[in-house]
Design a binder for this molecule. Structure first.
Ligand code: PRT
Ligand code: MG
Length: 205
């Protein structure tokens, strides 16, 4: 038995076609149901669809053998108990610093609002900039406007969200795309099965 954890939301729409090409199909009926563990066309493969940030947690603890999640989420979680094996090249965007054009960023302690606390701390520590990180769960763009922070660290795709809120993109921290991760113990105990799926998915990227 193999359990695959998928991130719900925007990654899911791009993940399901990839899995289908590799031979794994979750029916529309299953997807519509309120079940949390979904059957697939294969008897020995189950799919769970959970919050993006929960995917590495399920995989780390072996509750799922394989997971698909954004690099942003994986960087925040850390590499404990899981291996990142494949870049799926989907849901691409960039992790960036952004601020109002008039903002003075020469602060002894830069106040930064973000959902990406660990990535932000690491990035600014490497630059030798002292920061105070304010953790938010969404609507980061609001923070500079209302004076909560000097700048934000957030994902940027088209740049439209920043623009609509009068912010400009500054430093580019990291390129983001979705990755396939595997529980490190499963990778040993179910090696053949997992290798087989990797090959099939990779062949269709
Ligand atoms: O709800 P929960 O907190 O669990 O997750 P979520 O709401 O973050 O999930 P969801 O469905 O939004 O998917 C998030 C995942 O998609 C991220 O972890 C990334 O790996 C990936 N991804 C790719 C993105 C974007 N592109 C993206 N543009 N996630 C978010 N955005 C947001 C960004 O935060 C900003 O608000 O889109 C806005 C910017 O887009 P542009 O085009 O206006 O620049
Ligand atoms: Mg959401």
């Amino acid at each position: 038995m193999l359990t695959i954890a998928l991130s719900k939301g925007r990654i899911l729409e791009q993940t399901l076609p990839l899995l289908e090409k590799a031979g794994l199909v979750v029916s529309a009926e299953e997807l519509k149901s309120r079940k949390l563990i979904l059957d697939t066309n294969l008897e020995d493969v189950k799919v769970i669809i959970i919050r993006a940030s929960d995917v590495p947690v399920f995989v780390q603890h072996g509750a799922a053998d394989i997971g698909i999640a954004g690099k942003d989420v994986l960087l925040e979680h850390g590499a404990n108990g899981l291996f990142e094996l494949l870049d799926l090249g989907i849901a691409k965007c960039r992790l960036m610093v952004a601020a109002e054009p008039s903002q003075d960023l020469n602060q002894s302690t830069l106040k930064i609002a973000t959902k990406y606390v660990n990535s932000t701390k690491q990035y600014f520590q490497a630059k030798g900039q002292q920061v105070e990180v304010i953790k938010l769960y969404g609507a980061m763009e609001l923070a500079p406007i209302v004076g909560l922070a000097h700048c934000i660290v957030d994902l940027v795709d088209t740049g439209n969200t920043l623009k609509a809120n009068g912010l400009i993109p500054l430093d580019h921290i990291q390129d983001i795309s979705s990755r396939l991760v595997v529980n490190s113990a499963s990778f040993n105990t179910k090696h053949t099965e997992i290798k087989d799926w990797l090959t099939r998915i990779e062949a269709n990227l």
